[in-house]
Design a protein around this ligand. Sequence first.
Ligand SMILES: [Zn+2]
Length: 556
Amino acid sequence: MSGNGHAELIFVGGAVYTVDAARRWAQGVAVRGGRIVAVGSDDEIVQLRGDGTEVVDLSGRMLVPGFQDAHVHPVAGGLDMLRCELHHLGSAAEYVAAIKAYAEANPDADWILGGGWAMDAFPGGTPTKELLDDVVPDRPVYLPNRDGHSGWVNSVALKLAGITRDTPDPADGRIERDAQGEPQGTLHEGAQSLVSDLAPPPTDEEMLQGLLKGQAHMLSLGITAWQDAIVDEGGEFGNLDAHLRAGADGTLKARVIGALWWDRTKGLEQIDDLVARRARGPVGRFSPTSVKIMQDGVCENFTAAVLEPYLDADGQPGANRGISFVDPEVLNEAVVRLDALGFQVHFHSLAERAVREALDAIETARRTNGWTDGRHHLAHIQVVHPDDLPRFRALGAVANAQPLWAAHEAQMDELTIPFLGEPRWRWQYPFASLVAHGATLAMGSDWPVSSADPIEEIHVAVNRQMPSDYPYRVDNREVFLPEERIDLPTALAGFTMGSAYVNHLDRDTGSIEVGKYADLAVLDRDLFAHPADEIASASVQQTFVEGERVYASRDA
Ligand SMILES: [Zn+2]
């Protein structure tokens, strides 16, 4: 940065929403050396214009801090985009047609891989092997659903894995069976690995291509930083090397915090490995400083950890209370040690028992280690017991919300509410209650589980109704628990400063302030100038990281 006062890049004529502490608005922004050097009125900003200055005339459009996604799987999303991609479809017939077309187009692929089907497209949420056998009789098929917690397989895959009616369910999963006890073609949670372990993991090159494809998608949505919720070495999620490579050669444009995978089949002895993996970074914009502990599953297949048993199809309590993947005592010990080592812990805590176990572990760490700056966070928080709402603030645990799921749609109405029952289903996605109790709210998409688009997420956070053009079966007749709606400033803060806080990037990003990096997104309209139920119609037109334009739409 030389002494000359000229900016390299200025934005003028806009609705600049800064997300600073005062929630200030401005008309323009000036950038030099990748950092913001001025935020103010057009008159103030144009004074910094020189011969070589690039001018972006916003013409009333909105400029926001680049979005940050606090829980996402861009490499998996990118790989899906490069393989048999089902996310954009919504019915069994569409899935089968797409799988048939993909298999025909890829005759040399030894396996049919990809995924993204929705449970609500099938009776009971579980597709059959016969549907696949009809279109792919010759090769194994393994297709995880959109949340990755269940996998759809054909007969060849079952045979290859040796799964028969006599195969017991693994401790951390379930083999779906038909009325005769035969494997039906859907594998839940840990049972998926009986097949997925046999599929060839992506090569290093495929991982890198997946990362870059995923990154391009994220950047096109105005997302300039994220936390990858599973970074591992080897296997299906073995994307650590891809991140290190892309970080080193600068092809990684976004800022990425890696959450290193906690292997629940191992114990505390794995902490040494995690320390060694962390020590391989930071490289470029990649920093593997978090640890992901998956504490439970999901409600739709009854693997999320609940305090009282799930109801059965007749509305009566059964015996199943879901799965705590990590024994709570081991969890406490692990979190104490990780916290002391300066790691952040990123929990998958979906239902109320897993939420409580995660909060208990953080409480134990606070008691043992004092107050560290780990910024531990609980992702998903679908069901939170009311007694636990104040504990987020008390413990400095960040609520990491995936707001797109907080709406009436088929998976919620048919596969979740009847089995959670009263009053528990009303404890779902309590975002306004968490804010009222002083919790810090971060937000993420969990893409490819559901859309990566923060504007769609924000739409649902504010409206608690799905965008009307969403590919799932949606039911917008009713607002989903309307008292838990949050306002637009709160939702925008969650996707910017809130997630920047979780990512330990809040000193340098997350708001538009002098001295911070010019990580910015241009929206086609001012979200505040339109009705709340039209938020999802907005789109991102340009994205910048450190003042470099990393995405521009055709209509930019
Ligand atoms: Zn996830």
